[in-house]
Design a protein around this ligand. Sequence first.
Ligand code: F6R
Length: 237
Amino acid sequence: MKVIVVKDQAAGGVEGYKVFKNALDNGAKVFGLATGSTPVTTYQEIVKSDLDFSNCTSVNLDEYVGIAPENEQSYKYFMKSHLFDQKPFKESFLPNGLAANPAEEVKRYDKVIDEHPIDLQILGIGRNGHIGFNEPGTSRDVTTHVVDLTESTIEANARFFASENDVPKQAFSMGLASIMKSKHLILEAFGENKADAIKGMIEGPDTVDCPASILQNHANVTVIIDEAAASKLSKKY
Ligand code: F6R
């Protein structure tokens, strides 16, 4: 893993932007995208720039089950307001949170990923080491699936909702096997509450207890973290 330590999330956004620019300059056409607080500064830098994604495809990692795309809490809405309205892609895919048949939706999304192999995937990380919504214990062989969110994830995401009770209990998520197929991955993490997960991912054993540790087996991962998220690493970067 290539590890870049920056002062804060604003500086991390600039580094993340550079990785996107470099990928586009080198012909990347399919971008895997994430939601949450972490990628926001990278998206802000992209929005300010002259990068053009109008010939590109985006494929998002996940979406809550039971939430309509126009709902402000949906990941679709998040992507529109943070990126797509200002930087439209030729086509953008997310799981459909309102799919009547979740088993069919999972198959549809796997097909989307197979037909649009991801050149660059951006990831955040949960405090428990999840990537996408692949919670600790998730099999590494799964592709897209419906996930029961853990208490820790529900609690962490409650900040986006009126109350913890309003946080959906399930999500569609790309699986670890799907994520590992991306040609290049950037994982960003900012803040002290990510320090344990980052230590587990980089220095810990390669185990399903820390889903992100699977990235130790990928040949092309760029980790962008601030000093607080790097604070428990034994090696200095
Ligand atoms: C979001 C996603 C999640 C988040 C993670 C960190 O699409 O897949 O894995 O990246 O929960 O969330 P934040 O960035 O809000 O700390």
